[in-house]
Write a protein that binds this ligand. Structure first.
Ligand code: ATP
Ligand code: MG
Length: 174
């Protein structure tokens, strides 16, 4: 699964529709404090099914909806779309939408689906909401400060091979 594009509307500080192209390779997000870098990563994770309000830095799930600013009223919904390319090279669009006070719903290629269908789509450990391929600000510090053995574990996790160790230990009867 390759992420191609991210479209946001009403998500946190992204009140106006935004459309970001994600190029191949490693993507870094830079900008002044408070410009919305972390919000972008949270939009990705949220659309992949993240339901931990704490990890989305809110008190309730409605906190992902634009809450208003001095000159702008709050919004009553937020919608984020991820455009991706699957292993076969086909385009797939995953949309999550939340309405204030009414919860959220998912669509895959325009069809209403269950949250479970989205997590199954991202089931590959290397692409889900908890994927080590999404490195948030506080995790960068953790990578730098880690001891070599810990860093190796992180890299194996990112490469999606930690499951192999678990299976090997299992086979060795440990
Ligand atoms: P830093 O460099 O400090 O990490 P950042 O670029 O990661 O900053 P974010 O944390 O993504 O910035 O964005 C913070 C901004 O998003 C704040 O100005 C905050 O008020 C705004 N914000 C967060 N949630 C909402 C919301 N629901 N409605 C409106 N604005 C919001
Ligand atoms: Mg940040």
């Amino acid at each position: 699964m390759t992420l191609r594009r991210l479209r946001l509307s009403g998500f946190k500080s992204f009140v106006d529709p935004a459309d970001l192209v994600i190029e191949r390779g490693l993507t870094g997000v830079v900008g002044p404090n408070g410009c919305g870098k972390s919000n972008l990563l949270e939009a990705l994770r949220w659309t992949m099914g993240e339901n931990s309000v704490k990890s989305l830095r809110g008190a309730g799930m409605d906190d992902v909806i634009f809450a208003g600013a001095e000159t702008r009223p709050p919004r009553d919904f937020a919608e984020v779309a991820i455009l991706a390319e699957d292993a076969a090279g086909d385009e797939v669009e995953i949309v999550r939408r939340i309405e204030r006070g009414a919860g959220s719903a998912y669509r895959i290629n325009g069809r209403d689906v269950r949250a479970k269908d989205v997590s199954l789509l991202f089931a590959d450990a290397a692409t889900g909401a908890h994927s080590p391929a999404l490195v948030s600000q506080n995790r960068i510090g953790a990578v730098i400060a880690a001891r070599p053995a810990e860093r190796r574990a992180m890299l194996e996790d990112a490469a999606g091979i930690s499951g192999l160790h678990i299976r090997r230990k299992d086979a060795e009867g440990k």
